[in-house]
Design a protein around this ligand. Structure first.
Ligand SMILES: CC(C)(COP(=O)(O)OP(=O)(O)OC[C@H]1O[C@@H](n2cnc3c(N)ncnc32)[C@H](O)[C@@H]1OP(=O)(O)O)[C@@H](O)C(=O)NCCC(=O)NCCS
Length: 145
């Protein structure tokens, strides 16, 4: 069976309203992240993964910065545990590899560490707080082709 969603890579310029709607729902309303932390000025320079359901609703997103930092991974609650997050991460990792990056990193909320293990990310350093939530830095080194 084909997946009931599509993932694409977009610029902030092209995807802003849809990307904003997902992140407002997930980070600002659900997780109570302050707006000034969420909109950190790094979106314009990032490449964004955007997932649309088959009827065109925006249901998930994530971004990669020019330095290989992946973040802002968000899937709407009713779409979780259906591999939408996996599709977002696969698209971002493909982008990183195509740019020739040797590694990528992420600041993982501790509950999501098992999700990132699935792609080979490894924890580094101590737990820290960001936007009031516990996080750990994780890194994924790409093996040479
Ligand atoms: C983290 C998040 C992006 C995962 O998206 P998702 O679409 O639900 O993930 P997937 O369906 O692709 O999950 C694949 C696997 O990752 C693991 N996983 C996913 N969510 C998990 C969770 N909450 N706890 C533990 N493992 C999890 C599981 O192994 C899962 O496989 P399974 O469904 O067969 O058990 C999503 O839960 C989310 O948007 N959370 C709120 C925002 C957030 O906290 N973002 C991450 C900040 S670091």
């Amino acid at each position: 069976m084909s997946t009931p969603f599509t993932v694409s890579l977009v610029s902030w310029h092209d995807g802003e309203p849809l990307l904003r709607a997902i992140r407002e729902a997930v980070f600002i309303r659900e997780q109570n992240v302050p707006e000034e932390l969420e909109w950190d000025g790094q979106d314009e320079g990032s490449r964004h993964a955007l997932v649309l359901s088959l009827n065109g609703d925006a249901i998930g997103c994530g971004r990669i910065l020019p330095n290989g930092h992946i973040g802002r991974m968000a899937v709407l609650p009713q779409w979780r545990k259906q591999k939408v997050g996996t599709a977002i991460m696969e698209a971002l990792l493909e982008e990183a590899r195509s740019r020739g990056y040797k590694q990528v990193d992420i600041d993982a909320q501790t509950f999501a560490i098992p999700f990132y293990h699935n792609f080979g990310f490894v924890e580094h350093g101590k737990e820290f707080m960001d936007a009031g939530m516990p996080h750990k830095k994780m890194k994924l080194k790409f093996s040479p082709p």
